[in-house]
Unconditional design. Structure first.
Length: 237
């Protein structure tokens, strides 16, 4: 096995242990390999190791890498720029960072032009830090209403980022996203939207065990896979 393959397998083993400790099925969680810092050669190694989901934060890099490995699932995890939406939609299976109302129509229009239903996650600023983008929890319902009834756009859940260096605060942010998701599922169940809000994209290389314990369905991990950084103990929460 290559170094990358060994690191990925160690991560998968640790994820399985964390899921077991949380009373979860490991199949309920996807590992999204954040490949924004690596080139196509490293991607080929990652694909050979069995990785199937990748995340990029720049539209041009997303386009190049998706073209190289079109059979894999590509996620856009960066800030959405209006003029780059056609490129993002053409390449992304899922967009994790929708939080601005004026992007909704542009995303749907681009998806319709591609003949696809674009899956999106609403980004929520659960830490309430001024330097982080995203909706406040109080604004989530209003944006969901704006997305409802659009045939080329499907909201699948929510995404958040926690402050670095404080596991307790990270866990609080992840719990807040899970609570927001539960509230939105209840509030929108009558129109059918609530049943689709199952995805929780939260947790990165330094805090993903906290996210697993809080109910994440997608963790976004780059350094652990590609650089070997931020190893954890399985009991770390």
């Amino acid at each position: 096995m290559t170094g990358l393959a060994q690191r990925y397998q160690a991560l998968i083993d640790e994820v399985a242990q964390c899921c077991c400790a949380a009373g979860r099925d490991e199949d309920s969680l996807r590992v999204l390999a954040v490949s924004k810092t690596v080139g196509v050669d490293a991607l080929a190694e990652a694909v050979a190791a069995g990785i199937s989901d990748f995340g990029e934060n720049r539209p041009d890099d997303l386009a190049v890498k998706q073209e190289a490995f079109p059979e894999k699932a590509w996620h856009f995890i960066g800030n959405i720029q209006s003029r780059r939406i056609p490129v993002i939609v053409a390449c992304a299976d899922m967009v994790h960072s929708l939080y601005q109302e004026h992007h909704i129509e542009a995303l749907e229009r681009a998806a319709a032009a591609c003949g696809k239903v674009q899956k999106v996650l609403l980004e929520v600023n659960t830490s309430k830090e001024a330097n982080k983008q995203g909706l406040t929890p109080e604004r989530v319902a209003a944006l969901l209403e704006q997305c409802d009834g659009r045939p080329s756009l499907k909201v699948c859940g929510f995404m958040t980022m926690a402050p670095q260096g404080d596991p307790a605060r990270a866990r609080s942010c992840f719990d807040a996203l899970a609570e927001t998701a539960d509230e939105m599922r209840r509030r929108f169940a009558h129109v059918g939207v609530g049943q689709d809000l199952h995805e929780l994209s939260m947790g990165m290389s330094e805090d993903w065990p906290c996210a697993v314990a809080a109910g994440a369905t997608i963790i976004r991990v780059g350094r652990v896979i590609f650089d070997g950084g931020y190893a954890h103990e399985a009991s770390n929460e």
